[in-house]
Each structure stands twice: as C-alpha cells, then as structure tokens.
Design a protein around this ligand. Structure first.
Ligand code: FMN
Length: 320
C-alpha cells in the first residue's frame, strides 16, 4: 500500500512539514511513502485546446499535448493507493498551481469520461490505463496564514470529484505561522496520514464501502451543510433556491434549531456532479448542446463574426 504526499507550499515550509507529518502517520500503518513538492515541477496551464477530450471520445486514449511534468505527476498519483495534499490558502482558495493541476485533470481524467472511453476502446480504440479507473482515497489540508479560508474546502472536494477519489479528511489550518511547533496541528496532520492509510488498506483488502459520491463511511471531517457532499458553500439565488457549489444539487436552505439544513428532492440525487450518473448526465447534456449548436457554429454568420473580432484588435505581447 502506497501513500503519496504532495505539498504546494514553499520548499521546506509549513505545508511540506504537514505532508511529511501525515506521511509519518501513514508509514506507521505500514504504507510505503513518497513525497513531492509540486512547486518544484514544471506544470503548464491548461490552454483549453480540448485535444484530450477529442482523443478520449475518438478512441485514441487521453493524452495531453502539453509537454511538461504533469504526466509524471499523474503517474506518481496513480501508482499510489492514497494521496495526502497540503495546500497554502491563497485569496481564501487553493493556490493557482493547485487549480492548474485541477484543470489539467479536467476532462481527460474525469472518471465518467474514462469509463465511456474504455467502452469505445473495447470496440477497437486505444485502451485506457487501468490505473485511471481504480478507486483511491485522498485527504486535503488547507494551510492559511490567517483565517481567510472560506473557499478552499470546496476547491478540494471539487478536485476529488473529477477522478472520483473518496475524501477521508478535508480540513483547514488557520493562523499557521509557526506550524512546525504547533503540536495540535501536527497531531491532526499525523492522524490524517494514519486515517488515509487505513482507508487505502480497506480499499486494497476489498473491505471498503465505496460511496456513491466523494464522501464515504470513512470521512472524518466536519459534517458541513450539504448532507450529500458535506460542502459548506452554496450559491444562493434570489428566488430562495440554493445550489451546492460542490455537488451541484439544487434545493433550499432551512434553519432548524438554529442550524442550517440543506434539503433537496431525493430524485435529484442521480444528478449530483460527484456521482457516475451525474457525470453521464452532464456528458449527455454537453453532447446534445454540441449537436444542436453544430449548424450555428458552421453558419456564414459565425464565420463573419469570428473574422470581425479577429481583425478588430490583436493581443498585446511583451516586446512588441
Ligand atoms: C498570494 C498569497 C495569498 C494568501 N492568501 C491567504 C488567504 O487568503 N488566507 C490565508 O489564511 N492565508 C493566505 N496567505 C498565507 C499563506 O497561506 C501562507 O503563507 C502559506 O500557507 C505558508 O505555507 P508554506 O510555509 O508552506 O509556504 C496568502 C499568501 C500569499 C503569498
């Protein structure tokens, strides 16, 4: 059983220490361990070219055209059975680099897309790496210099949703200056490693109860407000509707005994973005939209408009 720890903080800084502490915990559970500081890697931004999606649905695998360290990082992740991330909080969210790796997972590592691509491959296409279809567990630690941290847990759960990893811990560590001498924080990080390794072991033993969504029976962090994905982030609409920012379920926020409760119609559950059914529904919606937009996209008016905007002004670049 292998646990990989990934830090997005400065080299030898607080986030590195938190990941290493978690790895010590995982090692106690018998895990083989590995550590990566993501800031030392060459990871380019997703350009949105969609070559990976076309490859996926064209039966040509799921490669990315960018040549950098991302595929190496993906291989490292999928060689493991469980992952522990520690990510600095920047502007209340996960860092830009974390978001970039999340974007680079994008359509090509989406579990639903990969399942469809695998079916296509069975009819004569390039097979999907079987590691990409396996169940994995993940824990996240968000480390902040202050307590401005309201969006990072949602970022973490959103990242887990694409590959459909099961979240074990998702926690925030505010006021983290001097984290290496904060015994309470270090103990929590250590326990995070222990719990992640235990959950990974259960997956390998075949004794884990694989959840429908991204949270399973082994989930250890705050219960949150969304009963499905534990999110505390909601998109509140003027008409009283609330949309969970992570799993996308639509319902209402109610107050009971002074506590928030998110209620949604039971029949909407198969639409949750972290479920395979939800992923397939989303995939169908995109396909149908593409089909119905095809004639518009190929129209002379579209060509004219494209030309108009291209010719109107060029992008400025340094040195020009
Ligand atoms: C650009 C930037 C934005 C930051 N924004 C926040 C923030 O919104 N909330 C917060 O708690 N800390 C914020 N911080 C503090 C970092 O989270 C903190 O420096 C980091 O966790 C230290 O980790 P390290 O020792 O591993 O490098 C910010 C730091 C930087 C550089």
């Amino acid at each position: 059983m292998k646990i990989l720890g990934i830090s997005y903080g400065t080299l030898n800084g607080g986030n590195d220490a938190m990941v290493k502490e978690a790895l010590m915990g995982a090692q106690e559970e018998g895990a083989e361990i590995e550590f990566i500081n993501a800031t030392t890697l060459d990871i380019l931004h997703c350009t949105g070219c969609k070559a990976c999606v076309m490859g996926l649905f064209g039966g040509k695998g799921n490669a990315c055209v960018l040549k950098d360290d991302m595929q190496w990082l993906i291989d490292k992740m999928y060689d493991a059975d469980g992952l522990v991330f520690s990510v600095p909080i920047f502007e209340k969210c996960a860092t830009g680099l974390f978001h970039t790796t999340m974007d680079r997972f994008g359509p090509r590592m989406d579990r639903g897309n990969l399942m469809i691509a695998q079916k296509i491959a069975e009819q004569g296409g390039k097979p999907i790496d079987p590691r990409y279809l396996k169940d994995m567990v993940v824990s996240y630690m968000g480390v902040g210099g202050s307590d401005w941290s309201t969006r990072i847990e949602a970022d973490f759960n959103t990242q887990a949703m694409t590959p459909k990893w099961t979240v074990i811990h998702n926690e925030i560590y505010p006021w983290s200056l001097g984290i290496m001498v904060n015994d309470e924080y270090l103990a929590r990080a250590h326990q995070t490693g222990v719990d992640t390794a235990k959950a990974a072991k259960k997956l390998l033993d075949g004794t884990a109860n694989i959840p429908v969504g991204i949270m399973g029976e082994d989930y250890k962090s705050a219960p949150g407000v969304c009963p499905h994905c534990h999110s505390r982030n909601f998109f509140l609409q003027e008409d009283g509707k609330a949309v969970c920012c992570v799993c996308g379920l639509e319902g209402k926020i109610e107050v009971e005994d002074g506590k928030y409760r998110f209620v949604y119609p039971e029949e909407s559950l198969p639409h949750a973005h972290d479920t395979i059914t939800g992923k397939f529904i989303h995939g169908d919606d995109i396909q149908n939209n593409e089909k119905s937009s095809r004639s518009k996209l190929a129209s002379p008016q579209m060509k004219e408009r494209k030309k108009k905007y291209m010719e109107f002004i060029k992008t400025s670049k340094p040195g020009e």
